[in-house]
Design a protein around this ligand. Structure first.
Ligand code: ADP
Ligand code: MG
Length: 954
């Protein structure tokens, strides 16, 4: 018994603890978890334990050497979201029995990097990318594909594992890697000394790595991920312990290396390293090199500043001419501000190497400078400017000096304006100048931001809403594809047109009003009309906001939604696709974003530390920091949203699931809200992801709480129900109903209609994300179920969630033995599946074969049709993907109909909005369409149901 616990501890699963903490229930609850120890290391006061639902960390109140991996334990502690993820702290650990450590779960590095296996004992393979040995502790960085995992290998790691490119298998516990309070990746804690195993030793001769040219290096990222490549080139510059610049006949490369072996410009070297860095110039990371020949000092390439700014000569040794207009001395380098009629640029030289340089170098001197060109790219990855890295004093030649100050003044009068700007830039430079290493970080950020921007551009184009961008006079600057389609004009045609041709006067009035109000104008929502090329008027709902920069209005963006009836129906179908996009976007960018935010946070911290509080800059720096913190919270939410995609379906008793959450929900709802729970005895079982049920309940409860600010009642009921043939959106048959209703404020029709839309919220900024209900809907659908809502303003809200009931208890969990000896009688029949996605096809074939069906497969419609023509035997069902190359699903089905009249068809599709085109409404509603993504068991259940129905009718 927990000695000091005031309240009875609530029994929970590991996944339950995770859900509760990730969903943000802050109440410090004492809970009890029964689990098996997977990690207990005498040197650290932390354990990891896991049950069949997942794993969590445990910080014991008093660590005991008696706790060892494999033991069954009962842990009683307080829930906390710690640096190692969901944790039970201040925990009492009772040993309940002995046993072996559970087998590690094999995972891919990519899944691990996304946090899919946090806290669980896993085995992962990768190639050593980098290793550091500090005292007896080894830390490895493993590369697998493009994922990168840090491994704390402890003292037992074999030395061979530390060699670059060794293929190693590691057993350990993945935990979030946190820097400055932000998750920046994953770390693997190794549980036991022998848990690092070398599968294949590093190559004997690393210099046998495939040799490529520098031009090829720029394109090698995917091809050689995780493996090293070899370059041969002439050294143009060395910074010992940091970098090497190389040149070959195909181009110039940046080589990042910790080696200090001295080389001089002109030496020919071979360098081996990893190509997987996304940089502007060809970039070799974590490299080693060796000298293979002597050579004459390399001749710099002569170029004008404009040519250098074009990016073509990035990382090359170049020479150019310009006039000196400023010199700044930084901590470790000198910066020359140089001026050419076309542009101003900086040249840097390290102070220890600048000996004697500025003693006699008056401003206005005309210089010829030699150095490594390093381009500065903007967020579109377009080169905007460049810097020169000078090697030493010999890289500066004085062509002429200003003869007198008068001549200087007259000679440069034409450049005066530009020079002023340059000096201002120089001053900024003083504040922001960083060491070379930091510059590199910034360059990487640029590249990443550019990639992000590309993804956002993609979203701009794919948005189903119309997006119109106006300039500051209200004219149309650009529109997205949806707006092109709706208006019938291309964006090139639109630009010169008078906006009055395209939108109604209300619209223009609103836009002008926004512009007049200035940069602080609040966004406006209004209804208006779009006038198409054929002079049709389309009703639209518009949200418009000003775009400002430097306190000036630079334009207006308007997001418009087509309100005509047809489009409304379309929009409902589009919802599923949008969900998928949001999920993909979230995982895609959240990690990148976290990295960007890390940079923002650490630099703003540094600024705040260095700037005196009375300075004008102090407050802006604080603002940056706060904004970055908000951004970080938002990405966490996006990440937890996207985790919905990792589904572990289990056989679940919803009554038990609700009962398990009872105390948690009570705490969440607070004292003013009564929780009424009504569970039907003998409730059927359903197949869902246990953790997701938790998420669903939490979301519904939080929404209900928000809808009842002055108290009320939340009622949760379960029941066995039968769905009739007339049910839309659900397969007829036995279901389990979960009914959640509140006595809150309810919803007007326009809120009810948009309720499930991602990011739709009526809550004030910072309180609602608008992701809750879309997540609930996605989870219910993934389980093959459906959800309805009933609500009226002032009369509360009722959600009904229907899950297909599974008839017999299906003991086979995801990790358990395969199905054959399962309790269902083996199915029989011949099923043809036409699906172009190989992974989906494989999954379907495997699951259906396990169930007992004979499966024929085709990778598109034409192949499927040929198969049917040549197949004389029995055929019971056609499963057809709707969108396929060559011949789509509906067309395939009608062709097959002439060969095999009456053959039942089950459509599968990930594009519900396109499915609508080829399918009849009856088909859409008959349970004959299965939406992707689905789990194997959902597919099998659906096939069983369709075949059973076909047998009944004839
Ligand atoms: P969020 O809660 O972050 O706003 P949700 O997707 O959970 O996002 O909900 C979207 C919107 O639906 C809410 O902002 C609210 O207007 C409405 N809503 C959801 N549940 C209820 C409810 N039980 N009662 C009234 N309105 C609700
Ligand atoms: Mg919500």
């Amino acid at each position: 018994m927990a000695a000091a616990a005031a309240a009875q501890p609530v029994s929970m699963t590991a996944a339950g603890v995770r859900t509760a903490l990730v969903a943000g229930a802050a109440a410090p609850a004492t809970v009890r978890v029964r689990a098996v120890v997977t990690f207990a290391d005498e040197t650290q006061p932390i354990y990891f334990v896991q049950d069949e639902t997942g794993g969590i960390a445990v910080v014991p109140r008093s660590p005991s050497p008696a706790v060892r991996p494999g033991q069954r334990v009962v842990v009683t502690g307080r829930m906390e979201l710690g640096p190692r993820g969901p944790t039970l702290v201040d925990a009492e650990v009772e040993v309940a029995g002995a046993g072996a450590r559970p087998a590690p779960r094999p995972v891919s590095a990519a899944a691990l990097e996304q946090g899919a296996a946090d806290g669980v004992l896993v085995a992962v393979q990768g190639r050593t990318r980098r290793a550091s040995v500090e005292g007896s502790l080894t830390t490895l960085t493993l590369a697998a594909g493009t994922a990168s995992i840090r491994v704390f290998a402890g003292s037992g790691a074999p030395r061979e594992a530390a060699a670059a490119e060794a293929l190693v298998e590691v057993v350990g516990i993945p935990v979030p890697r946190v820097r400055d309070g932000i998750v920046v990746g994953r770390e693997l804690l190794v549980a036991q000394p022998d848990d690092v195993r070398v599968v294949a030793a590093a190559p004997d001769d690393p210099y046998a790595a495939p040799r490529i040219t520098i031009a090829e290096l720029g394109r090698a990222r995917q091809q050689y991920a995780g493996r090293r490549v070899r370059l041969r080139g002439t050294v143009t510059r060395q910074r010992p312990g940091r970098s090497l610049y190389l040149r070959d006949e195909s181009g110039n490369a940046y080589v990042e290396t910790a080696l200090e072996t001295p080389v001089v410009p002109g030496d020919v070297v071979e360098a081996i390293g990893f190509a997987d860095v996304d940089e502007f110039a060809p970039y070799l990371a974590d490299a080693e090199y060796r000298k293979v020949a002597d050579g004459p000092p390399p001749e710099p390439i002569d170029a004008t500043p404009a040519e250098l700014a074009s990016g073509r000569l990035d990382a090359a040794l170049v020479r150019t001419e310009a006039v000196l207009i400023g010199v700044e001395r930084g901590r470790d380098e000198l910066t020359f501000v140089l001026q050419h009629p076309s542009l101003t640029f900086n040249a840097h030289v390290l102070i220890p190497r600048s000996e004697g340089l500025i003693d006699d170098l008056p401003l206005g001197s005309h210089l010829r400078v030699t150095g490594i060109c390093s381009v500065v790219v903007d967020t579109d990855r377009v080169p905007r400017s460049f810097r020169l890295q000078l090697r030493d004093a010999a890289d500066v030649e004085v062509v002429s000096r200003p003869s007198s100050s008068a001549a200087f003044g007259a000679g440069w009068a034409a450049w005066a304006g530009v020079s002023l700007a340059a000096i201002a830039l120089g001053a900024l430079g003083l504040v922001y100048r960083r060491s070379v290493a930091q510059e590199r970080t910034i360059r990487r950020q640029f590249a990443r931001e550019a990639a992000l921007k590309a993804r956002f551009d993609d979203i701009f184009e794919r948005s189903s809403d119309l997006i119109l961008v106006h300039d500051r006079r209200g004219r149309i600057a650009t529109v997205n594809r949806a707006a092109e389609q709706a208006s019938g004009y291309t964006r090139e045609e639109l630009r010169p047109l008078d906006p009055e041709w395209i939108v109604s006067s209300t619209y223009l009035h609103e836009v002008r009003h926004l512009i007049e109000q200035g940069p602080e104008a609040p966004p406006r929502s209004f209804r208006a009309e779009l006038i198409t090329r054929r002079s049709q008027k389309v009703p639209i709902e518009v949200h418009a906001r000003v775009v400002a920069s430097d306190g000036q209005v630079t334009g207006v963006t308007a997001v418009a939604r087509n309100l005509s009836e047809r489009d409304q129906l379309d929009a409902q179908l589009r919802q599923a696709q949008k969900m998928e996009a949001v999920g993909r976007l979230a995982t895609g960018i959240a990690h990148d974003f976290n990295n960007l935010i890390t940079v923002l946070l650490s630099y703003s911290d540094e600024l705040i530390e260095k700037i005196p509080p009375e300075s004008d800059l102090y407050h802006p720096a604080q603002e940056i920091q706060q904004a970055a913190e908000r951004a970080s919270a938002l990405t966490e939410q996006l990440l937890s949203f996207s985790r919905r995609q990792i589904v572990v379906p289990q056989t679940v008793d919803l009554n038990a699931a609700v009962a398990n959450m009872h105390d948690l929900l009570k705490r969440l709802l607070g004292a003013d809200i009564t929780l009424d729970v009504n569970l039907e005895p003998g409730l059927g079982l359903v197949r869902v992801d246990q953790a997701q049920v938790g998420q669903v309940m939490m979301n519904l409860a939080v929404n209900a709480r928000d809808a009842m600010p002055h108290g009320g009642t939340l009622t949760i009921e379960t029941a066995n129900v039968e769905m009739g043939e007339d049910a839309i959106d659900a397969i007829p048959g036995p279901h389990v109903l979960l009914r959640v209703s509140d006595t809150g404020v309810g919803m007007p029709p326009e809120v009810r209609r948009r309720l499930f839309e991602p990011f739709f919220t009526t809550k004030e900024a910072g309180r609602g994300t608008g992701l809750g209900m879309s997540m609930v809907q996605a989870i219910v659908r993934q389980s093959g179920g459906h959800i309805t809502v009933e609500s009226e303003p002032g009369h509360g809200t009722t959600f009904r969630l229907y899950f297909p009931r599974i008839m017999q208890e299906d003991e086979a969990g995801p990790e358990a033995a395969p199905l054959p000896q399962g309790p269902l009688p083996e199915a029989s029949g011949v099923v043809l599946i036409a699906e172009d996605d190989a992974a989906v096809r494989r999954l379907a074939v495997r699951e259906l074969t396990r169930r007992g069906y004979d499966v024929l497969q085709a990778s598109d419609g034409v192949e499927a049709l040929d198969l049917v023509r040549g197949h004389a035997g029995r055929l019971d069902l056609l499963i057809a993907d709707v969108v396929m190359p060559r011949l789509n699903g509906p067309d395939l089905a009608s062709a097959v109909e002439t060969l095999r009249p009456g053959l039942p068809v089950l459509y599968i599709t990930g594009h519900p909005e396109r499915a609508g085109q080829g399918l009849t409404a009856a088909e859409m509603e008959s349970g004959r369409v299965l939406l992707k993504p689905f789990t194997g068991s959902t597919l099998v259940d659906r096939v069983d149901a369709v075949l059973a129905a076909a047998r009944r009718t004839g």
